[in-house]
Design a protein around this ligand. Structure first.
Ligand code: SF4
Ligand code: SF4
Length: 368
């Protein structure tokens, strides 16, 4: 629902309104040459007049003369680290004097987070993570606690990067669901829409200005331009069937010659959820801490089962990542595991491009 227009110089009012409801604000800021989501106190901390230049194996920021806070596509993080922490203690075990063992669950500290500047692809990825961590057969208590604390302020993408292809996966560049508030950034300010009851209440508290017809026309043109600007895409055919019919395609060996098996692609991917369990026992054996840490298809240990590393080489590991993401994910979650954010393309140190590999393997095109 469209709620009104927030002038740029009143952006701080939005942050204050969220804080008055008990939320700590997290928002995009320039850190170490990239856009990262970190604690946000003042609107001046937002990346005003910044754009990102992305390409396979390349990410850099440039200054522009423009007034916009969100004129960039994305950084290496999405919402994933905020709900599925890179390392998280899940429980402790303690041995009593009578040798019985007690398991004590640990939950993250209660913290209400409002995340500003969430992209459409990030929301689609969060929905996938929800299906994994909250769906049957069991809800993950740590994920559920973090997820319940989120207030999401989306900003529709106006400047996708050259790595983005969310239009081809159907997940962007405009956010359509999953947000509390969504903002369309124009040069003078923001058209505010609400997507939840609490979002509507917050918007009502801001005493917004009226949205004009010119603003709506500019927003529509901006959305269409953002969509048209995306040049990458996944093949439109049934990738699940195409991939599983081509498990011995020679392209797997070619990509494995380039792939470093570093796991960057799964770290930055907002939908990857694989993890390992790590036990840290105390020296006297009386207690132990069990933590969950991010893992990846690309580590040797991830496919170690009963004395055997099932996927012993990079070809098998890359193929596993790829065929799960674009193929068998459909059976598990009813859709592809790729939301078209392009992060795995930009943050791959050797510039392996998932869209190029999909085209080469599934349609016989590409650059091989
Ligand atoms: S596979 Fe790549 S493009 Fe697709 S969601 Fe993951 S990081 Fe983004
Ligand atoms: S595809 Fe790229 S990012 Fe992924 S493991 Fe291989 S080298 Fe690393």
């Amino acid at each position: 629902m469209e709620n009104g227009f927030l002038c740029r110089d009143r952006f701080q009012d939005l942050l204050e309104a969220l804080r008055s409801l008990g939320y700590q604000c997290i928002g995009p800021q320039v850190r170490d040459g990239a856009i990262l989501f970190v604690a946000l106190v003042a609107a001046e901390e937002l990346p005003r007049g910044v754009r990102d230049i992305q390409a396979p194996g390349s990410y850099r920021l440039e200054r522009t003369a423009g007034p916009r806070f969100f004129g960039w596509a994305n950084g290496p993080q999405a919402l994933k680290p905020l709900v599925f922490a890179p390392r998280e203690v899940l429980w402790r075990a303690e041995r009593a004097e009578d040798a019985t063992i007690r398991f004590i669950p640990e939950l993250p500290p209660p913290l209400r987070l409002a995340v500003i500047g969430v992209r459409a692809c990030d929301l689609a990825a969060l929905d996938l993570q929800d299906r994994h961590f909250l769906g049957p057969p069991a809800e993950d208590a740590s994920y559920a606690a973090r997820r319940a604390s989120l207030f999401l302020v989306a900003v529709h993408c106006s400047d996708p990067s050259d790595s983005c292809f969310c239009a081809s996966t159907g997940d962007g560049p405009r956010a359509s669901t999953g947000f509390d508030l969504a903002l369309t950034e124009l040069d003078d300010g923001f058209i505010v829409e609400s997507g939840s009851g609490r979002g509507a209440q917050l918007a009502a508290s801001l005493a917004l200005d009226a949205v004009t017809g010119d603003m709506r026309s500019e927003a529509a043109a901006q959305a269409e331009a953002a969509r048209a600007r995306q040049r990458r895409r996944l093949p439109s055919r049934d990738l699940r069937a195409a991939l599983f019919a081509r498990l011995e395609h020679p392209r797997w060996a070619l990509v494995a010659e380039r792939c470093l098996a570093c796991g960057n692609c799964s770290s930055v991917c907002p939908t990857c959820f694989c993890h390992a369990g790590v036990e840290t026992p105390e020296l006297d054996g009386a207690a132990s801490v069990h933590a969950r840490v991010w893992d990846s298809c690309f580590t040797q240990s991830h496919s170690y089962i009963h004395g055997i590393t099932v996927r012993s080489d990079t070809r098998a590991r890359y193929r596993q990542w790829f065929t799960h993401k674009l193929g068998s994910w459909h059976e598990q979650y009813g859709r592809s595991g790729c939301v078209g954010c392009g992060r795995c393309i930009s943050w791959c140190p050797v510039g392996i491009d998932i869209t190029e590999e999909a085209a080469a393997i599934c349609t016989g095109t590409g650059h091989d």
